[in-house]
Ligand binder design. Sequence first.
Ligand SMILES: [Zn+2]
Length: 387
Amino acid sequence: MTDIVRYSFPTAVRFGAGARHMLPAVLSEAAVRRPLFVTDRGVAELPWFAELVASVAGDHATATFSGVWGNPVVSQVDAGAVAARTHDADAIVAVGGGAALDVAKAIALMQRHPGHLFDYEDGKPDARPVDQPLPYLVALPTTAGTGSEVGRSAVVSDDATHAKKIIFDPRLLARVVLADPELTLGLPAALTAATGVDALTHLVEAFLARGHHPMCDGIALEGVRLVAEHLEDAVRFAAEGGDPAAHLAARTGMLDASMMGAVAFQKGLGVNHSCAHALSTVCDTHHGRANALMLPTCMRFNLSAVPERFERLAATVGAADGPGFIAWIEALLERVGLAVSLDAEGVPRAALDRLVIVALADGCHPSNPRPVSAQDLRALFTEAFGA
Ligand SMILES: [Zn+2]
């Protein structure tokens, strides 16, 4: 734990290998007594998770809710909120990838608020107010992708319709993030690639998004540089193993990049995320994988709208020009095993109409640098299906 760095941006972050070991001190400093761990089924089985819970069990009354899997849905939040009330939790320790972290944030909200989760949907005209104090939220990410640990929102789907709803409130931001790249060392190659491309998509779409936000732009460009430097290595180490120090360095770079992506997309996202959300809603596609399936197509769509922005992205990754940046993306997807058409992914062509409707209704594309119509979305999905 000698190399843990501390910074406060946009919340208190403790970053570095072994940062998870600071959890007992973090909980004690916050004077909480009854933490509820929220994680997914997979993480709950890992030895380090049991050790993490045991490390605080001496001084705190702990309980664990591990009913999170796949794309997060409301019934998981409901079950978790019951667990939080039953335990009378005064803290939520969220451990996992984007799904577990988002469900944990929603549990923190619903533990102390009445009604249905979607009563609190962002932008809903008659939304209920978030007016009760939330339990103390600590986040430990185990993937380098969504950056949900530094975000103020939770994305949760309706169980029946799979429609994604965004719950946004500044109080959903974790009070402390323990960003420990060691927790990502065991992530399999396919998930390392998919989550890493999600981070890349956040960074690129944020940089291309409409609006004046030079801070997010600067963070986005440096994040893209980190992905260029580390993603391929992280995937290769995940698949083949190798020098532990070099593996940790690659994971560290990707964890930095994913958190930077989530900070950068405060500026906005774009059409790629609208298409990816549609694929997850209609076909239950993994979010990171869904982004990868659309990325070259959506970037070609955007190129003519903001050619100078693509020039700067190109310079960041050592490509010659805007088209060269898109070629760089395609080559990267190829090398990490994600150069896949929608046909090859098994998305049925009969789903096209539905994909267009869901993508058009999505809240991400209004900040895309080029306006997006239903006709455009149809053309984008059609191109992504393949020849
Ligand atoms: Zn994303």
